[in-house]
Design a protein around this ligand. Structure first.
Ligand code: ADP
Ligand code: BMX
Length: 302
């Protein structure tokens, strides 16, 4: 897919998610320095880009060093950025991200965060031996990137791979995408926090729900179990459509201790044909960063 070696990756990258914004200096394919700040979900695009620029400056970035930027939301082929879930990044619609980055930081490549991680995992990580591979992040939302027959599936509007917006029979009610009853609305971090609030635990984020489940609290355990069941059904559905052999899971929820085992145990109820190999993303939280820089250094990938 990408004729580039990991060792050739030297430069900078940023990863703006719904909860945190990370930036990194990368040398020889390894993250050697990193900064992480909390994302302001309501910040306007100038402020979001300023937050990235500020982190990069602290890491020693100088204009025109190689730079890849991964963001939550869809980035279309003209480099325009739009939140798909408008509750996650409330001020991001029709943002000319590519030209804003170039004006402020010099030449840069921007793409969806999960697509960047799928590229990195597909070439350097858990998908490198796979024919049909999906990267799935369970984080603020539920996102994905699909590497089919060695190519990252893409579409001109940037929506391809937005697997969190598939319907779930476990979900109820509206999703910030405008769709009803999506996987993201029940399984992602915001969905988990909403379920906690609905069960009487206001102002409880997903991390706190996991901590409560660890303490043996039933209400929390049920919420996480429902998230894992919705993700397992999504994996079965995607496997039926795409013939997946491997799925890698990332994101702070996807990587949280025990979560993948919950998904695996629900998946075991599926016929074997609909059960791909399910593993943790090998590059962990570095995937979106490494993939974004790789996308920048190799312009020929989709
Ligand atoms: P982003 O969505 O910005 O990429 P993350 O991958 O960190 O960021 O996902 C954020 C979500 O993960 C939030 O809902 C947060 O509460 C949750 N989270 C963070 N750390 C943990 C943890 N250790 N265990 C479970 N959930 C976590
Ligand atoms: C949502 C969507 C995707 C994103 C995914 C994971 C928005 C703002 N986000 O499905 O574009 O890839 O979440 O993002 O529309 P994260 O914020 O959970 O890392």
């Amino acid at each position: 897919m990408m004729a580039i070696s990991r060792a050739a990756l030297t430069g900078f990258a940023a990863d703006l998610g719904g909860t945190k914004t990370a930036a990194a200096r990368i040398e020889g394919g390894q993250v050697v320095d990193r900064r992480v700040v909390t994302t302001d979900p309501d910040a306007d695009p100038d402020a979001q880009i300023a937050a990235i620029a500020d982190q990069l400056t602290h890491l020693g970035y100088s204009n025109d060093a190689p730079l890849g930027v991964a963001v939550a939301g869809r980035v279309d082929r003209a480099g325009i950025w739009h939140a798909v879930n408008q509750g996650t990044l409330t001020a991001v619609q029709n943002v000319p991200l590519a030209s804003m980055l170039t004006a402020r930081l010099g030449s840069a490549t921007c793409l969806n965060d999960a697509a960047a991680a799928a590229l990195a995992e597909g070439v350097f990580g858990s998908g490198s031996q796979s024919e049909n591979f999906a990267y799935l992040t369970v984080s603020t939302g539920v996102g994905g990137g699909l590497v089919i027959a060695n190519r990252l599936l893409s579409s001109s509007n940037g929506l391809a791979g937005h697997i969190g917006f598939v319907s779930s029979r476990l979900a109820r009610g509206p999703c910030g995408s405008g769709r009803m009853a999506t996987v993201e609305s029940i399984a992602g971090g915001r969905g988990i926090a909403a379920a906690a609030a609905a069960s009487g635990h206001k102002n409880t984020d997903a991390r706190a729900v996991f901590a409560a489940a660890d303490e043996g609290l039933d209400w929390a355990d049920r919420i996480i179990e429902t998230s894992a069941a919705a993700v397992a059904a999504l994996i079965g559905d995607l496997t039926a459509i795409l013939g997946l052999d491997t799925v890698a899971m990332g994101g702070s929820i996807g990587l949280a201790p025990g979560y993948i085992h919950r998904v695996q145990s629900v998946l075991r109820e599926e016929p074997i044909l609909f059960r791909p190999q399910l593993v943790h993303a090998e590059l962990g939280h570095d995937g979106p960063l490494i993939g974004a820089l790789a996308a920048h250094l190799r312009k020929d990938i989709p």
